[in-house]
Design a protein around this ligand. Structure first.
Ligand code: DGY
Length: 322
């Protein structure tokens, strides 16, 4: 029997590709950039499996182009808002993701952005690079300290809980969180309290976003939400850019109430360097690198390959979305 054909939309750590190559006829897109739409549509016909990235939109058109032999889409990410899972289910295509293994890396990044925004790190670094550092300024770059403050975690899942644990353990922060249900482990580990979104915004000195992007959360941080945040507070987003209304964020950074923001995600990605948010001195933006540690990316490659192989050979997916 011929080996199933698989299309992988980017180079991923070789540990994953080697696993696939043992059992499949693998084509890997060689570009640094994602395949453009027409290329993607041209590559999928005949594939039994797709290994995709968060930058690949896998929708009804792609499923239709792939054809009925497509069995599984394995996303190389924990988030899967790039995949139309309803359409996948309709067509009996299974979908997998890579949870857990990037939790620590992403939580570390959230803390890094929080610290950077709280201490005006971007402004300081820019001033050094661009020759504006003239002297030690008693009143310059005044940030806020983390100890004994309140962190508000939006979405008390794995990454949100890991951020809460870091901030509670390291800086004794009080933890508030929003989630669909109580998170007893998080509460026991950190004394966290589940509150309404409004209370979280009003009470938190730092707010860190860890929810999925879905129709309910899209634009959730709009002008009304951002204006409800505490004066001098900091917003961190390592989830998805679409959760935050960027115009409203810009306004909140320029005219209050926010001291700063730390973003690992934007909408769109990449964000143009000309975008006013990219220019704002009190906004630290990283190029979606939350999971970018060797450990996390290799583990993601292993799980993504295992999901794909399981789907191809009719086994339960180790990490199934549908
Ligand atoms: C994910 O996995 O969803 C992150 O955004 C990228 O690693």
């Amino acid at each position: 029997m011929a080996a199933p054909r698989v299309f992988v939309t980017r180079q991923i750590p070789c540990i994953g590709l080697e696993r696939l190559s043992e059992h499949c006829d693998v084509e890997v897109w060689p570009g640094e950039l994602p395949p453009d739409r027409n290329t993607l549509l041209a590559k999928v016909p005949g594939a039994a499996g797709l290994l995709t990235l968060l930058s690949d939109r896998i929708d009804a058109e792609v499923f239709a182009a792939a054809g009925p032999q497509l069995k599984v889409v394995s996303n190389y990410a924990v988030g899967y808002n790039n995949i139309d899972t309803v359409e996948a289910q309709k067509r009996g295509v299974r979908v997998g993701n890579t949870p857990d293994v990037l939790t620590a890396a992403t939580a570390d990044m959230a803390v890094a952005l929080l610290l950077a925004a709280a201490r005006h790190l971007r402004e300081g670094v820019d001033d050094v690079r661009e020759g504006r550092w003239q002297t030690w300024k008693p009143l310059g770059y005044l940030g806020v300290e983390l100890s004994d403050r309140t962190i508000g975690i939006v979405g008390g899942g794995r990454i949100g809980a890991a951020v809460a644990q870091r901030l509670h353990g390291g800086w004794k922060m009080r933890v508030l969180y929003t989630a669909r249900s109580d998170k007893r482990d998080l509460e026991q580990a950190t004394g966290a309290r589940r509150v309404s979104f409004e209370e979280l915004l009003e009470e938190s000195d730092f707010v860190s976003i860890h929810c999925d992007l879905n129709p309910e959360t899209a634009g959730m941080f709009d002008a009304a939400a951002l204006q409800r945040m505490k004066p001098g507070s900091v917003l961190v987003n390592t989830a998805r850019g679409g959760v935050v209304d960027q115009d409203a964020l810009l306004e909140a950074l320029r005219n209050g109430p926010l001291l700063g923001a730390g973003l690992d995600v934007t909408d769109p990605e990449p964000l143009s360097p000309e975008h006013p948010l990219a220019q704002a001195a009190n906004c630290v933006i990283a190029p979606h690198i939350g999971s970018a540690t060797r450990e996390a990316r290799e583990a993601m490659a292993r799980i993504a390959a295992d999901n794909l192989l399981a789907g191809l050979f009719d086994q339960p997916l180790p990490a199934a979305v549908v």
